[in-house]
Ligand binder design. Structure first.
Ligand code: PLP
Length: 403
């Protein structure tokens, strides 16, 4: 008998299970709208040319070694990440009131930030939007947050933000609660607050002394413009909030499996930074000791060179425009077919995802009958669409809706 007999099978992770089902499906016209990664117009993963070139250059560079990085990672990388998020001339940078820590992509960033807040500020209550990225809950609970709460975000009927619900829930949140906010391109709904709505959110959070923890997994992907997509974070900084922001380079650099991320801290007193950094060193030391170098070097080198940076910005523009085109194409096809319902939300939503409003039964129908894979919530990854499959997908949605 094994001592491991006590271990029970855990539930599958929906998005990975769905991906596996799709990979194993031998149907020629299958479509993967599940996985949260960019696909090009042929449905293939895309390595950004600026990344590929940098990797080639790095492969030839004999000065690059496999020595350990410092526990908090590459300083040049973190400094560039903080500038990208806050804008390089943001006064908080010059004042020493902002610093970054290299982390294991966005997830690792959230994890380190949450553990730090739990350990050092004794934070135990956090709020996430309903719905949200399905990992937020687990990451915070594993970091010691014993009181997970949610705030309303999505109104199923109007297919828009439930803004009154959101404000009411924040007003009722206990002081010092950590409020997880999507910096842009909300996952899974694709709907962000307007600037006026962000201002009201900031008012309530200030009044109620709530702590903002931004999750920025899609900077550049929402509008194609890095500065526009950082508006909300920069606005909160301008209002004088102290905050954390988890940044991921998975999507905007296409570096999914390299685990490249940064955790930015903005604080009101520069004198606190040294102690915070020393304690962050211990958080990371006990978690994974130090981060990997490859992806961070790629990003740091691209961000540091004007010409490469411009190339990268063009890549982001290209990816985000393709997504926008596919949104329009899908909506146009559904209108052409006369599919019952209003499909305007598909083009109003931004970022990689669309919350289609399809029911679990319709989703099941799409998977079983049409080999189109999407999450039970009806979330689709728009860049799973391309000019060769968008008609097929629209016809299948039409079939599912009219069944
Ligand atoms: N946060 C959100 C909202 C996301 O959608 C994702 C990825 O899908 C992440 C964080 C973290 O991703 P990663 O850890 O791959 O950077």
């Amino acid at each position: 008998a094994s001592r491991f007999q006590v271990v029970e099978l855990g539930p599958p992770i929906e998005v990975f299970q769905l991906n596996k089902l799709c990979v194993e499906d031998s149907y020629q016209n299958k479509v993967n709208l599940g996985v949260g990664a960019y696909r090009d117009e042929h449905g293939k993963p895309w390595v950004l040319p600026v990344v590929r070139n940098m990797e080639k250059q790095m492969a030839e560079d004999a000065t690059l070694l496999h020595e350990y990085l410092p526990v908090l990672g590459m300083e040049q990388f973190s400094a560039a990440s903080v500038s990208m998020l806050l804008g390089e001339d943001n006064p908080v940078i010059a004042a020493g009131r902002a610093f970054g820590v290299q982390t294991l992509s966005g997830t690792g960033s959230l994890r380190v930030g949450a553990e730090f807040l739990n350990k050092h500020l004794k934070a135990t209550t956090f709020y996430y939007s309903t719905p949200t990225w399905e990992n937020h809950h687990l990451v915070f609970v594993n970091s010691g947050f014993t009181n997970p709460r949610s705030y309303r975000y999505w109104n199923e009927k109007t297919r828009a933000i439930d803004f009154d619900g959101l404000i009411e829930d924040l007003k009722n949140a206990p002081e010092n609660s950590v409020i997880l906010l999507h910096a842009c391109a909300h996952n899974p709904t694709g709907i962000d607050p307007t600037q006026e709505q962000w201002e009201k959110i900031a008012d309530v959070m200030e009044e109620r002394k709530l702590f903002p923890f931004f999750d920025s997994a899609y900077q550049g992907f929402a509008s194609g413009d890095l500065d526009k997509d950082a508006w909300a974070v920069r606005y909160f900084v301008k209002r004088g909030f102290e905050l954390l922001c988890a940044q991921s380079y998975a999507k905007n650099f296409g570096l999914y499996n390299e685990r490249v991320g940064n955790l930015t801290f903005v604080i009101s007193d520069a004198a606190c930074a040294a102690a915070m950094r020393s304690q962050l060193t211990w958080v990371v030391r006990g978690m994974y000791s130090n981060p990997p170098a490859h992806g961070a070097r790629v990003v740091a080198n691209v961000l540091a060179n004007k010409q490469l940076f411009d190339q990268w910005r063009d890549h982001i523009k290209m990816m985000s425009s393709r997504v926008i085109q596919m949104r329009e194409a899908l909506r146009a096809e559904l209108i052409k077919l006369g599919t019952p319902g209003n499909w305007d939300h598909i083009v109003k939503q931004i970022g990689l995802f669309s919350y289609t409003g399809l029911t679990p039964r319709q989703v099941e129908h799409l998977i079983q009958e049409h080999h189109i894979y999407l999450l039970k919530s009806g979330r689709i990854n728009i860049c799973g669409l391309n000019p060769s499959n968008v008609q097929y997908v629209a016809a299948a949605i039409h079939d599912a809706v009219t069944k």
